[in-house]
Structure formats: C-alpha cells, structure tokens
Design a protein around this ligand. Structure first.
Ligand SMILES: [Zn+2]
Length: 271
C-alpha cells in the first residue's frame, strides 16, 4: 500500500513575551517591497504592464501562472515531502497598503523546504480567495510569503503558504489585530509583542483526516510582475472567520483577487 509520508512539522517557536513595542517604519516596509519588485524586474520585462497599467490575462505570461482552480479528485499523492516551519510567533506590525492588509513578523522566522531556507517576509489577505477548490471561491485567503535568494544567480524564489477562510466562528488571530488596522492608506501600526499569535490560527485541531495536509504546485506571484518562481502550499483545512471580520478586511482592500489561470501541463500534488 502506498504510504504517504508527507510530514509537516509545525513548530511555532514561542518567543518570550516582551512588553516593549518596536518602532517600525512604514517607509522601510514600502521600500522593502519596492526593492523586491526592482530585483524581479531585472529578470522580467514588465514594460507592457507598466504602459497599459494593467496586465492582459493570458498574454505575455508563462505557462505556470497563479492562482489556479484545484480539482481535488485529480491531484497526485506524493510519497515524501517535508517542510519545516519555524515561526517565531512575534507579529510586530499591521499595515494598510491600500490594495491589501499586511502583517509583519520580527526577523528570524523560516521555512525549510526544497533544500533551501526561506525567510519569512510578510503575510497579507485577498478578498475573495484567489485559489479555488473544485471551482469554489472562498470569501478570504491569506498568503504567508517566504523568500530565498539563490546565491548563484541572485534570483528570488518564493514559498507561499495559502490559508483559505470560510464564514463561521470569530477568529481569535484576526481579533488580535482587527482594531489596529490603520484607517489611512500607506500607514502602519505597531503591535505589542504577544498580542497577535499565528499559533492561534494554525494550531486548530483538524476534525478529520481529509483536512490534514496541503496541496502543492509550482506557480507565480499573483501580482505584477507575476514571477514564476513560487512554491505554493495550500492548506487543506478551511479556516473560519466571522462575516464581520471578513467584511472588515474586505472594506480596507476591496476585491483584490487575481482570476484563476490555466493549469496547462502542471501536476498538482497533495499529502
Ligand atoms: Zn497574495
């Protein structure tokens, strides 16, 4: 019998609670985002998008674009794949970037996968979800974005963990920062250490086997320049947030989901 040894070690490294709130500069975060884009632009010609101000779907992009609609009955099982998540559970800021709500961590959180160590960058929301499961769009999706720089060619590879939300119970993790989201676009609020914990979200017990594990595929960023260097991991468990919490995030960022892209020759795997 085919044994599935898909192991996910989620070790949330709880940091010592510290009461001092750190100063984070919104300019630095915006600058960091710009630097990433500039770095990517060195490898990809995005002039067409720049001229038009938008990207034509299906044109000028490669064959491994994201998001996709995952047909759960057609995915292929993998025998062995391990990702090791080490999140220092220290959310220290929430930013209103206009197009999304973004949370920042203290440095030092990593994911080890594909023989690389990815550094945690940020996490942000999409309303409604970008990925679909069997054609179903969910009201919200969260992306935990991690990046690793290839030492040989300087290119950046991403690993994004996707969390899908349905409407249901109030979510403790979202409650922790909901009232701290700045009203003003391009502004940021510091968060006192220990107030918002990713473990409150991820450590929920799975009700049955089908909710354990992840879907995996190779794809792209879902915003320009749509770089095709993303290892996507979509959590099978559908998380809950209250309708009011989802509406609040949607109010800030509007509809910011890219439409689903063709799968082409890709194989989607699962645990
Ligand atoms: Zn995203």
């Amino acid at each position: 019998m085919k044994q599935i040894i898909y192991v996910i070690i989620l070790s949330i490294l709880l940091s010592t609670a510290c009461n001092s709130s750190k100063k984070i500069n919104i300019r630095k975060i915006l600058q960091d985002n710009r630097q990433t884009e500039e770095l990517e632009a060195q490898f990809f010609d995005v002039s067409k998008e720049n001229k038009q101000g938008f990207a034509m779907p299906g044109l000028d992009h490669g064959l491994i674009q994201s998001p996709i609609n995952i047909l759960t009955k057609t995915v292929e099982h993998v025998d062995s794949r391990t990702i090791t998540v080490r999140y220092k559970d220290e959310v220290d800021a929430v930013a209103n970037l206009g197009h999304t709500i973004q949370l920042h961590f203290a440095e030092g959180s990593t994911i080890m996968a594909h023989e690389k160590t990815f550094q945690f960058k940020q996490m942000h929301f999409h309303t409604p979800s970008e990925h679909q499961l069997d054609g179903m769009t969910y009201p919200m999706e969260m992306h935990i974005v991690n990046a690793a720089e290839d030492e040989e060619n300087g290119r950046i590879e991403y690993l994004v963990v996707s969390i899908l939300f349905k409407m249901g119970e109030e979510n403790k993790f979202i409650s922790g920062f909901r009232d701290l989201i700045p009203e003003e676009i391009h502004s940021i609020h510091n968060i006192q250490s220990g107030r918002v914990r990713l473990s409150d979200l991820l450590m929920v017990p799975r009700k049955n086997k089908s909710e354990e594990g992840l879907y995996f595929y190779k794809g792209s960023l879902t915003t320009p320049p749509y770089t095709e260097s993303v290892h996507w991991y979509i959590d099978k468990h559908i998380y809950e947030a209250s309708p009011e919490q989802i509406k609040t995030i949607e109010k800030f960022e509007g509809h910011n989901a890219r439409k689903v892209q063709e799968i082409h020759e890709r194989i989607i795997e699962d645990s």
